[in-house]
Design a protein around this ligand. Sequence first.
Ligand code: UD1
Length: 527
Amino acid sequence: MVIQHRYKSPSGKVQQAQQLENLYAKCPLFRARNPSILSSRQRLPPRWKPANCRKYTLPSANVKCRACADSRFSSTSPSKHSHKPNNEENFLSERTMLQIHGGKRLEGEVKVSGAKNAALAIQAGCLLCEQPMVLHNVPDLVDVANMGEVLQSVGASVERDGHDSNSLVLNCSELTSSSPSLESVVKLRASFLVIGPLLARNGETSVPLPGGCAIGARPVNLHIRGLEALGAKVEVKDGVVHATVGPEGTLRGSRVYLEYPSVGATETVIMAAVVAEGETVIENVAQEPEIVDLANFLVSVGARIRGAGTKVITIQGVRSLHGGEYTVIPDRVEAGTLLVSAAITYSNLWLSSIVPAHLTSIVTKLEETGCQIKFKDDNRLELIPPPELLSTDIRTLPYPGFPTDMQAQFMALLTVAKGPSVVQETVFEGRMAHALELQQMGARLSVAESTAFLEGIQEDHGGLQGASVAGSDLRGTAALVLAGLAAEGITKVQGLQHLDRGYDKLDQKLRSIGASVERISMDNAKD
Ligand code: UD1
């Protein structure tokens, strides 16, 4: 149970804080990632008076720590459950926030960066390469740097190219360890993707359960079952997944059926199978463009993979993978976020470096709100806003369905559309925290489990108002930034440690097209 407090500061401003009464509050990583959530022992802001306190149940309330999904964690064993704080960059992000003067029209063209989720999987895949690898179009993100640390902790060298800051030079030819360090792994969920390559390459590995956005339980059972289907022996003990290849000394190609088309589990099984002995057929796989990009990268370094992008992937194992050069695909979620920034501010915007086919579901939903999208030159598009944004309904699904990573941003958009909309999250059970923050900005909506019911703009209700809000996950924080662009007055968005994990200089890009977005220190900010 969570108590949500709303405080009136001495100057009369209402601010929200949540107080956890249960065991989540004792997990240091959860607290580090959710600075607006106070533990029951923390002191309330001095001289602030409670107003409208109310209780609600966490959508995914269970006995697992939401930050690391570690079910060992309980109120009786807090000392066993310690995570080191995030790196310095994240630490700085926690002390800054974005100040947005809303209501400005945007105009111009933005180049979309490389895809975070493809880059992270491909970085993990580089652990299979016995020769150096150069990756191009790698976004400048805290998550990418953190993944680099995971690779370095097993002996790889990972550096940005001195001549091209978007390129990463990796040398995984000689690994010194089969087990990445705990402090590197807990910083990002995608760190768990090293389990497949390390197991395949070294015959054994021990990978701590990962960190990542607190958007649901996020188990790794499908990854583990996939590895077991390839003949691995896997044991989970004290929060660490230990895997070995068994007496034959190698993984064996097999038929693997994924109960759910998990992106991560599909990637784990692909990376383990490319150097397994014989043929692997993986059924009910994820079809996301990032899966196709991982497969294309692996093929470029010698793997034999067919069917990526369809429901069945077939892999013929090869002895080893070499090195080379590879260019990561553009980020469809960044593209979608920028498109919403234009729609929500009724602005004309050009995007370059996009793959039109990756944006189909996002573009379709934007068209339903009345926006026009015109594609040009294979990799550019223009968004033309409607005279009035119309409501629509969203239901997140695995690709090619509407992406869960765009749900929060569309919720922000639909709060200012004319009439009611329904936003339903089906991929992650705990991905609605931004709805509460949007309410602080005047959005009229209610949430029941994983569905939000939005009233939109009504005759008696204008739009969003600037407020102090805090994101508690990556896409939710982006949604608050978008809401701030459309809101009347000043919005202050905290939670940049989440935003910087996954967006390559979003604030700079928005400024370049006319948004008034400034990064300010929380220490200097009033209230
Ligand atoms: C990836 C993306 C993330 C995106 C998500 C869904 C990366 C680094 N992250 O996350 O941005 O939101 O895909 O498109 O690529 N599940 C299980 N057992 C497992 C694995 C997953 O039950 O072993 C469940 C999850 O709890 C979740 C659902 O499957 O409810 C989807 O998860 P998955 O597709 O695996 O997402 P990630 O790979 O974690």
